[in-house]
Design a protein around this ligand. Structure first.
Ligand code: THU
Length: 148
């Protein structure tokens, strides 16, 4: 299993909680926060962003990844998702595919940490939750430019 240090987990939780506070979720009223830990040790937050146009919003996990990418980081060790529910929730299938895209960029698995509001945590990884997934390497895409 991918090892995430205690301080890294604390930073992920702190940033994901900030994302949770900033979520724009008027349609579902289900705010969600997320954060990614990059291979360089930086943490970028995200939140769900909904829209009056059905299907146009984005999940917190993809927002966090996009935030990291906008800052020039493409390789991730871990991603955390947090909601206000007591029990941890799992990323949706679309987010798992998105996370898998970057597991192929980094050439390693990515830890998926799911946090409930009361401190409950469950841990998995993208290769466990979405085994044998299609990704950019199946098309032989050149990912060298996206260095870690
Ligand atoms: N949502 C996330 O952002 N991440 C998850 O892991 C679960 C669900 C968001 C999407 C949508 O804005 C709202 O929660 C309800 O599904």
């Amino acid at each position: 299993m991918l090892k995430i240090a205690k301080e890294e987990l604390e930073k992920l939780i702190e940033k994901a909680k900030e994302g949770l506070k900033n979520a724009y979720a008027p349609r579902s009223n289900f705010p969600t926060g997320a954060a990614v830990l990059t291979d360089k040790g930086n943490v970028y937050q995200g939140c769900n962003v909904e829209s009056v146009i059905s299907g146009m919003g984005t999940c917190a996990e993809r927002c966090a990844i996009d935030n990291a990418i906008a800052n020039g980081e493409y390789c991730f060790k871990a991603i955390i998702v947090i909601t206000k529910l007591e029990n941890p929730v799992k990323p949706c299938g679309m987010c798992l595919h998105y996370i898998n895209e970057f597991a192929q960029v980094a050439n390693h698995d990515i830890a998926i940490i799911m946090a409930g509001s009361g401190g409950k945590i469950s841990k998995s990884s993208v290769f466990k939750m979405l085994p044998e997934a299609f990704g950019p390497r199946d098309l032989g895409l050149n990912l060298k430019k996206y260095k870690c």
